[in-house]
Design a protein around this ligand. Structure first.
Ligand code: PLP
Length: 455
C-alpha cells in the first residue's frame, strides 16, 4: 500500500480533526467552538477567535502554516493507533492539514455549522459537493441565475452521468416546489444574493419545501458568497449546506482562491471523503491568507455595506444612470425580502443610460475602480458583463438571459465613499461630454459590435 492509500474498510476510521502537535510543542487540542467560550459571541469576535486554539505551537499568536505534504509516524504501532481510531492526527496532505483545519473550524463557527470543508476554489467546493451528494438517476433543481459555471457543471457534466436538472426562475418558490420530482430530486441549489441582479431567495420558504410530500431526503444548498456570514447565515434559516467562494469577501484581498462548504458533521464528512478522492484541497499557504483575511471580515463587510448603499443611492439619482439594482434600495425587485440580510452587501449592478460603447466609455473613464472579474476584495472592481463574464455569447443570447449591453457590475472596495462617488461622477461627466476615450490595448477589448462574437 503506498502513502496516502488505505484499505476501503478503514477509511471510515479516519478523523480529519487536527491534533498533530508540532515537534517539541504541546499537543494541539481541538479548540471548543467560540460560542462555547462565550455563548452568543458576535460575528466579529468569531471571525477573530473562532476555530483557533488558544495555545498554539511555539506560543505563537497566529496559527502557523504547516507546510508539509505528509506526516510521520514514530512506529507502526502509532500508525495502527491512528487507523484504528485511538489517536486523531493527520496522515497525508490530501486528507488534512492543521492550518486548513483551523480555517475550516473558523468558517464552521461563522456559518453556525457543525463542520466545514475547504477546497482549492469555490468551483472545487461546488463540484466536489455535487459529486458527493448525487448519483445517476437523481435530479437537481437550481435557480436559473446561479453562477454560470455551477449551471454549466450541472447542465453539461452531471447530465453525462445521468443526473437531471431543472432550472427555475430566481425567487420563485412555487416553481421550485413544482419542479421537485418525488423520490428523485435530492438537491435544491440556490444563491442569494445572485449575480448580477442581486436577486434574493426566500431561504426559509425554500427550506420548508424539504417537508413537503415527495421531498424525502431533499437537501437545500445555498451559495452565500455575495452575502458572507456577516450579512446572512443560511443554516439558521434552514439550509443544509452553505457554500462560499472564499476567493471573494472571506479572503477579501484578491490574493487567494478558496471555497468552503459548511453543514452537519455527517454531510461534511462525506464531502471530505470525496475531496480526498478528487484532490481539490486547499494549500496551507492559502489557508493562512484566508485565516488572516477572515479576521477583518466583519469590519470590511460592514464598511462595504455602508459604502455600497451610499454609492447605489447616488447612482440612482444620477441622470446618466438608467437603473440601479441593489437590495438595499426600495426599487429592488426583492426589497421585501431584504430584511433577511443584516447588510445588503458590496455589489451593485446598474444600467448606464446609453449603449455598449457609452458604457465602456464610462468604465474606461473610471480612475479608481479597476476593470477585473471577481468581487469582495479591498479594491473596487468594475466590469461590463457583456464584455467580461458573457463575452462569448451573442448579443441575442445575452439578452435572453437578461445581460444588457449597458449593464455594469460594481464591487465596492474599501476606498472612501466620497472618492468613489467623485470618480464615478467624473467618468459620467466624461461620457456626457462625449470625451470618453476607448482604451484599446493589450487585455482591453474594443467595445464595438464587430469585436463581439456575433454569430
Ligand atoms: N459562487 C459564486 C456565487 C461565484 O460568484 C463564484 C465565482 O465568481 C463561484 C461560486 C466560484 O468561485 P471560485 O472562483 O472561487 O472558484
Amino acid at each position: 500500500m503506498s502513502v496516502g492509500e488505505r484499505p476501503a474498510d478503514m477509511s471510515t476510521l479516519r478523523s480529519e480533526s487536527s491534533t498533530t502537535p508540532d515537534a517539541g510543542a504541546p499537543p494541539l487540542p481541538n479548540p471548543p467552538p467560540v460560542a462555547s467560550r462565550r455563548e452568543g459571541a458576535g460575528i466579529a469576535t468569531i471571525a477573530i477567535h473562532g476555530g483557533e486554539a488558544r495555545a498554539k505551537p511555539h506560543d505563537a499568536l497566529t496559527t502557523p502554516i504547516a507546510c508539509t505534504a505528509t506526516y510521520t509516524f514514530s512506529s507502526t504501532a502509532a500508525l495502527r493507533d491512528h487507523f484504528e481510531g485511538r489517536v486523531e492526527r493527520e496522515e497525508y496532505g490530501r486528507y488534512g492539514n492543521p492550518t486548513v483545519r483551523t480555517a475550516e473550524r473558523k468558517l464552521a463557527a461563522l456559518d453556525g455549522a457543525e463542520d466545514c470543508a475547504l477546497f482549492a476554489s469555490g468551483m472545487a467546493a461546488l463540484t466536489t459537493t455535487l459529486l458527493a451528494m448525487l448519483k445517476s438517476g437523481d435530479h437537481v433543481v437550481l435557480t436559473s441565475d446561479v453562477y454560470r459555471r455551477t449551471r454549466q457543471f450541472v447542465g453539461s457534466f452531471l447530465a453525462r452521468f445521468g443526473i437531471e436538472s431543472t432550472l427555475v426562475p430566481p425567487g420563485d418558490v412555487d416553481a421550485c416546489a413544482a419542479a421537485i420530482i418525488p423520490g428523485k430530486t435530492k438537491l435544491l441549489v440556490t444563491e442569494s444574493p445572485t449575480n448580477p441582479y442581486l436577486r434574493l431567495a426566500d431561504i426559509g420558504r425554500l427550506a420548508e419545501l424539504k417537508n413537503t410530500t415527495g421531498a424525502r431526503g431533499l437537501k437545500l444548498l445555498v451559495d452565500s458568497t455575495f452575502a458572507t456570514p456577516v450579512n446572512q447565515r443560511p443554516i439558521e434559516l434552514g439550509a443544509d449546506l452553505v457554500v462560499h467562494s472564499c476567493t471573494k469577501y472571506l479572503g477579501g484581498h484578491n490574493d487567494l482562491l478558496a471555497g468552503s462548504v459548511a453543514g452537519s458533521a455527517a454531510l461534511v464528512s462525506a464531502l471530505r471523503d470525496t475531496r480526498g478522492v478528487l484532490g481539490g484541497v486547499l494549500d496551507p499557504h492559502a489557508a493562512y491568507l484566508l485565516l488572516r483575511g477572515i479576521k477583518t471580515l466583519a469590519v470590511r463587510v460592514e464598511r462595504q455595506n455602508r459604502t455600497a448603499l451610499r454609492v447605489a443611492q447616488w447612482l440612482e439619482a444620477h441622470p446618466g444612470i438608467e437603473r440601479v439594482f441593489y437590495p438595499g434600495l426600495p426599487s429592488h425587485p426583492d426589497a421585501a425580502l431584504a430584511g433577511q440580510l443584516r447588510g445588503h452587501g458590496g455589489v451593485i449592478s446598474f444600467l448606464v443610460r446609453g449603449d455598449l460603447d457609452t458604457t465602456s466609455g464610462f468604465i474606461d473613464g473610471c480612475a479608481l475602480a479597476t476593470i477585473a472579474p471577481s468581487l469582495g476584495g479591498v479594491e473596487t472592481l468594475i466590469e461590463q458583463p457583456a464584455l467580461m463574464s458573457h463575452y462569448e455569447l451573442t448579443t441575442e443570447e445575452r439578452l435572453q438571459i437578461g445581460i444588457h449591453e449597458n449593464l455594469v457590475r460594481l464591487s465596492v472596495g474599501l476606498e472612501d465613499a466620497e472618492d468613489l462617488i467623485a470618480d464615478f461622477a467624473q467618468a459620467l461627466e466624461g461620457v456626457a461630454r462625449g470625451e470618453a476615450k476607448q482604451k484599446v490595448s493589450n487585455g482591453t477589448h474594443r467595445a464595438s459590435e464587430e469585436s463581439l462574437h456575433v454569430r
